[in-house]
Design a protein around this ligand. Structure first.
Ligand code: ATP
Ligand code: MG
Length: 413
């Protein structure tokens, strides 16, 4: 790919949505500019339906890898540009082949397209005009019009001609944030980061919410969630992460003698707190990494009782996926290695021997209604929430937590 002097980015499915098109294209352009920031020599131009990035010496492969992850981009091609004149087009096509050095026996086809109608030769004519001299230098190349190993594409436009033979698939989807904002419940596990990425790909702006139970869960567990958010931010620019102290709420459920409902109650409490944060931040949905049947709290009866804790749409992008597919996706987006670090999650604390797979809505309602000061506990958790803005190349850390004992020690000495 080192041959390329430009990258050509093509827009994806959203081009079908007529009236929103201009807004969507502008959003992709903004996102592309953000991703190109670490490469200051690169220059961006936008045209109808596509974006060009002139490399000016910046690395083609690394930039193509970064830009194929921009939501709304269908494909990226590293291209060589030539002035739109026959001789120049032939010369640059030959240069491209020399660099790529196709092996003996490779089959080959020129696919020319005349977009600029004033160019004196038509598309079919150009196929011959380019392939004849190009093939002369390569006796090993055979022409195969139907299933060539290599297709040399020649796109003739007024300003210049783009010559390329490679197309890298982009992630597609909708441009970031063009479908509104949602709050992602982000644990340290494998699933929720994937749910977050899937939501962003569908055009949602995402803010993350994490519940932690200090001192039962450690600083490291919290830092791991910051780092997971950082991986997600590589796809989005900046992401807000809300860290909610959950110990008080969680321990309130342990003394009521209904251990099998603790997980149900905990999940509902998370949704209630997340709903308040969503209202505060102007988000219109909650997103979780739940997948049907995966654990006791993800059976249909559990999802039913848990989901009723919020009035907001509860989006579960992974609901029908198998674990193995989720793991593959986590590896692709780069969250897997962090997710499997063995730090404890607040939900693995106080886990009963047999969590209910079929919780009773009436009993759950009754427990919540009679739990002393439940509303106050939820309010306090919202108030004590810390927000960190996490960036792709930053080194953000949450406020340090101090255990009761070391706080006391500080007072004494
Ligand atoms: P994950 O891999 O995302 O942790 P999981 O399969 O382990 O998912 P659960 O632990 O049952 O499933 O959690 C279900 C969902 O609840 C998670 O995907 C996440 O959206 C949310 N969740 C669980 N624990 C937390 C937490 N500590 N903070 C924020 N959200 C959480
Ligand atoms: Mg989990």
């Amino acid at each position: 790919m080192a041959y390329a002097d430009m990258l050509l980015l093509r827009f994806g499915e959203f081009t079908l949505k007529g009236k929103n098109r201009a807004r969507f294209e502008k959003t992709v352009l903004r996102h592309v500019k953000e991703m190109v920031k670490p490469y200051p020599k690169a220059a961006i131009t936008k045209e109808f339906g596509r974006i060009y990035v002139e490399l000016n010496g910046e690395p083609a492969a690394a930039m193509a890898q970064a830009l194929k992850n921009v939501f709304g981009i269908a494909s990226v091609s590293p291209v060589k540009a030539a002035p739109s004149e026959l001789e120049a087009i032939i010369a640059v096509s030959r240069q491209l082949l020399e660099i790529i050095a196709p092996l003996q026996g490779t089959s080959f086809k020129v696919n020319a397209r005349r977009v600029w109608k004033q160019f004196p030769y038509g598309s079919l004519e150009m196929n011959k005009l380019v392939s004849t001299p190009v093939l002369q230098g390569y006796p090993g190349l055979k022409v195969d019009m139907n299933h060539p190993d290599m297709e040399l594409r020649v796109e003739i436009r007024e300003e210049r001609t783009y010559i390329f033979c490679e197309s890298i698939a982009g992630v597609g989807g909708f441009p970031l944030g063009t479908n509104g904002k949602a709050m992602l419940l982000l644990s340290g596990g494998i699933d929720s980061p994937v749910a977050g990425w899937s939501s962003m790909r569908r055009g949602l702006e995402v803010e993350c919410i994490h519940f932690y139970s200090f001192p039962y869960t450690s600083e490291l567990a919290r830092q791991k969630v910051v780092d997971l958010t950082r991986v997600l931010s590589q796809y989005a620019g900046v992401i807000k992460l809300h860290l909610v102290p959950f110990t008080e709420v969680q321990t309130a459920f342990t003394g009521i003698g209904q251990d099998n409902l603790i997980i149900t109650l905990m999940r509902r409490a998370m949704l209630k707190i997340a709903t308040r944060l969503a209202e505060r931040e102007g988000a219109l949905a909650l997103v979780t990494g739940e997948s049907l049947g995966q654990v006791a709290s993800q059976t249909l009866p559990s999802m039913n009782v848990i989901g009723r804790a919020t009035q907001l749409p509860l989006l579960r992008p992974l609901v029908m996926m198998d674990k193995i597919e989720i793991v593959e996706q986590a590896q692709l987006i780069g969250t897997y290695d962090l997710s499997i670090l063995p730090y404890e999650d607040c939900c693995t604390l106080f886990v009963p021997k047999s969590p209910s797979t079929n919780p009773n809505m009436r009993i759950v309602d009754k427990i919540e209604a009679t739990l002393p000061e439940y509303a106050r506990l939820l309010d306090e958790a919202v108030e004590a929430t810390e927000t960190v803005s996490v960036t792709p190349y930053g080194n953000e850390k949450p406020r340090p937590l101090v255990s009761g004992q070391s706080a006391l020690q500080e007072e004494w000495f």
